[in-house]
Design a binder for this molecule. Structure first.
Ligand SMILES: C[S@@+](CC[C@H](N)C(=O)[O-])C[C@H]1O[C@@H](n2cnc3c(N)ncnc32)[C@H](O)[C@@H]1O
Length: 202
């Protein structure tokens, strides 16, 4: 099984995703942040995982980061509320999935019910973390997937949605034309799977 971890950050999901991907499976983490990916690379090197790759690039232009190969699952944990063009990122990931693939979104909202008394704190935490709690990205799972299951945790602060990508609904938007301005840092889809590229002892 080939699994995408979009906005993988420091790779906290990798151990579970490796277990889910099974023997012969591959986990591919994508993120724009060099500092996050440096930590992820150290994690991979320490554990000597040969089937976890990290790629630096914009999730909104995913096909330019991971190529044309399709995946069996995509996971977004606390990333869609952070990614600027999150709707592009979602659509790009769905286009990268084979029919019948699984998607998982875990993300933040402001607490509801009696938990609303914690809203100011939640707002502050989201603000400091660069996350927009008004987006409700898990609703994309309802739109583009079937067999949807959802859970709401921590007084409505955390939403989880999972489903199976439905070929009839997938591909909300056309592909984005990816432009790189001359001399701009960063967003080239660079493959940094080699821990030594990060100065990590292997
Ligand atoms: C709150 S962190 C979540 C990290 C990880 N998924 C986790 O659960 O620990 C959000 C991540 O999204 C990444 N990110 C933000 N914009 C992005 C983009 N356009 N493409 C890919 N990753 C992006 C950030 O660099 C950050 O690592």
């Amino acid at each position: 099984m080939r699994v995408l971890d979009i906005g993988c950050g420091t790779g906290l999901n990798f151990p579970l995703l490796r277990a889910a991907a099974g023997d012969g499976g591959v986990v591919v983490g994508v993120d724009t942040s060099t500092s996050m990916l440096a930590v992820a690379a150290r994690r991979i090197a320490r554990a000597r995982w040969s089937n976890v790759q990290i790629l630096r690039g914009d999730a909104g232009a995913l096909n330019q980061v991971v190529g044309s190969e399709l995946f069996d699952a995509a996971v977004f944990t606390y990333s869609l509320s952070v990614i600027n063009d999150w709707e592009w990122a979602w659509d790009a990931a769905v286009r990268q999935l084979r029919p019948g693939a699984r998607v998982v979104v875990v993300d933040l909202a402001l607490p509801s019910g009696w938990g609303r008394m914690f809203s100011p704190l939640a707002r502050l935490l989201c603000f400091t973390g660069g996350s927009d709690p008004r987006r409700a990205p898990w609703t994309r799972v309802r739109r583009d997937a079937t067999e949807v299951s959802e859970a709401v945790l921590r007084c409505g602060h955390v939403h989880v949605a999972t489903g199976t990508v439905n070929p009839a609904r997938r591909g909300g938007r056309r592909e984005r034309v990816w432009k790189k301005s001359p001399g701009s840092p960063g967003l080239s889809p660079t493959c940094w799977t080699s821990p030594s590229a990060w100065g990590c002892p292997v």
